[in-house]
Design a protein around this ligand. Structure first.
Ligand SMILES: [Zn+2]
Length: 108
């Protein structure tokens, strides 16, 4: 058995449960959780994401039973900026400029 947590997305969970049932799996959704009578579900979850054109979703196995299926939100969506040289995250343009200068000093 596997329990897939759809990160509070009830509609997503019922769609996923339907999809799994259409693939001969015994699945049901309870709120944002999908309970399925199969342990190795990663492969079919990937297929589901692909067939429903959902990009940016990430399947994470928490333990032998629980999986989390959630959208990875890019940090840029929160107004943060990322240094393109090292991936360091700053909260505004000014900090990014200061940070970039540190790379310049290191390079000299
Ligand atoms: Zn940097």
């Amino acid at each position: 058995m596997a329990i897939i947590d759809c990160a509070c997305d009830i509609e997503f969970a019922s769609e996923l449960a339907n999809y799994l049932r259409n693939h001969d799996l015994d699945a049901k959704s309870e709120e944002a959780l999908v309970i399925v009578n199969e342990e190795e579900v990663e492969q079919i979850l990937k297929l589901f994401l692909k067939e429903t054109n959902r990009s940016g979703y990430n399947i994470r196995r928490i333990d032998s039973t629980n999986l989390l299926l959630a959208r990875e939100v890019p940090i840029e969506d929160f107004g943060f900026l990322r240094c393109e040289m090292c991936g360091y995250v700053v909260s505004n343009e000014e900090e990014l400029l200061t940070h970039r200068r540190a790379h310049g000093i290191q390079l000299l």
